[in-house]
Design a protein around this ligand. Structure first.
Ligand SMILES: [Fe+2]
Length: 401
């Protein structure tokens, strides 16, 4: 299958072609014909929020997303509100309990705001579930059809780390705004004059934090059950500061559109950022979502203007002659990156620019990364130490270090 053929409707809608996606998220050619669990890409990230009405507004007003569909009491959903938001090829579904007895309320009590479902687009739901069940995965929902006047969506779900799930979605025979039960909806929210059309175009990766000793088990799960392969591995001094440490391995699907770094805490002198996450999320869960942008400088400016706070990078990072030598020429002057606190990393394939927000909810758990790739398929290993030191400064302020 060529890259062009793997583009889904969302990507065509977002006016992204294969070259742009290759650049944005590091897509590679892949022959899925003998893959027992072929994954074509992200379907959506489903969030549970304490107040979905306001969180949906936040993602529109601050992150420039567009409301496209809705389900709630007015449409016959007596359990919860759900707002479907788009930015380029990325789709978020923001859900929040309407009925006090909703299971979403229990999930929120346990975990706070966060991602409950990393839904993936697959061409053959039944084939994936047959393989998952035979490989020992927990099947939460057997394959079934959801149908309305727009057609049929076939879905199933398997359990991932903690209370996180992967819903598997084949929407190739469906033309509705999201799923049966949802109605098309736009918002009256008007973007500011001069605001970029989109602040991000796609999801690059979603990081999972798991307990000490569980990382290899989950790496094995993604290998065995979903046919993912290793992309990278970070252990030891590379990703330790003087005080805390973690270990990380990255698995990816065949075409590299879906990348899952998996972190576990490592023993250090003080509490690891992963331990802080596990304590406040109440177990394993999704730690950060990397949003791919083709203009990280403009995106950071727009987000900052909306009050989004980023981790700060000390000036010493930019003055380090070793870093300057290592990163070489990048598309923006280093002073412009320094002004915004944007980090740069380079490897044999190219470079990337990245920056991290502070946690976006009440608990010190989920946050965003903005990433602009120029050839590099990496994750910013050269920045881990500077990044972790910035996180430790925040942990210290929160009294969790
Ligand atoms: Fe990341």
């Amino acid at each position: 299958m060529s890259l062009e053929q793997t583009l889904n409707d969302e990507e065509r809608l977002a006016e992204l072609d294969a070259d742009q996606l290759r650049q944005l998220v590091g897509l590679v050619e892949y022959d899925a014909s003998s893959d027992p669990f072929p994954v074509s890409g992200w379907d959506s990230l489903v969030w549970i929020a304490g107040n979905a009405v306001q969180t949906a507004h936040f993602f529109q007003s601050a992150f420039g997303m567009e409301l496209v569909a809705y389900s709630g009491p007015e449409t016959g959903n007596r359990d919860h509100h759900a707002f479907v938001l788009r930015s380029g090829a990325a789709r978020f579904v923001i859900t929040g309990a309407y009925d006090p007895a909703s299971p979403l309320a229990d999930h929120h009590r346990a975990h706070g705001d966060g991602i409950s479902d990393i839904a993936l687009s697959v061409p053959d739901v039944d084939r994936c579930i047959a393989h998952a069940a035979a490989s020992g995965a927990t099947v939460l929902e057997q394959p079934h059809d959801l149908t309305d006047e727009h057609g049929t969506v076939r879905v199933a779900a398997i359990a991932a780390y903690g209370d996180t799930r992967h819903t598997l979605v084949d929407r190739s025979k469906y033309s509705g705004p999201y799923l049966p039960g949802y109605v098309a909806r736009t918002s009256s929210y008007v973007k500011r004059d001069g605001a970029p059309k989109r602040l991000f175009q796609a999801i690059d990766h979603v990081v999972g934090n798991v307990e000490l000793g569980a990382m290899d088990r989950w790496v094995d799960f993604y290998h065995r059950v979903m046919g993912f392969t290793n992309m990278a591995e970070f252990v030891g001094a590379d990703i330790a500061t003087d005080y805390s440490a973690l270990m990380s391995k990255v698995v990816a699907n065949g075409n590299h559109r879906v990348k899952f770094p998996l972190n576990e805490p490592a023993v250090g002198k003080k509490k690891s950022q992963i331990d802080e996450y596990l304590e406040f999320y109440g177990g394993p869960g999704a730690q950060h979502v990397a949003l791919a942008t083709n203009d990280v400088l403009g995106t950071v400016d727009a987000l900052r203007a909306e009050g989004i706070e980023f981790l700060t990078t000390p000036n010493s990072y930019y003055q380090d002659p070793e870093l300057r030598a290592r990163i070489g020429e990048v598309r923006a002057p280093i002073e412009e990156l320094q002004k915004r606190g944007i980090l740069v990393d380079r490897d044999e394939d190219g470079y990337l620019m990245q920056i991290f927000t502070k946690p976006i909810g009440d608990r010190p758990t989920v946050f965003f990364e903005l990433i602009e790739r120029h050839g590099s398929l990496g994750f910013g290993i050269g920045n881990f130490k500077a990044l972790f030191e910035a996180i430790e400064r925040e942990q210290e302020k929160r009294g969790n270090f």
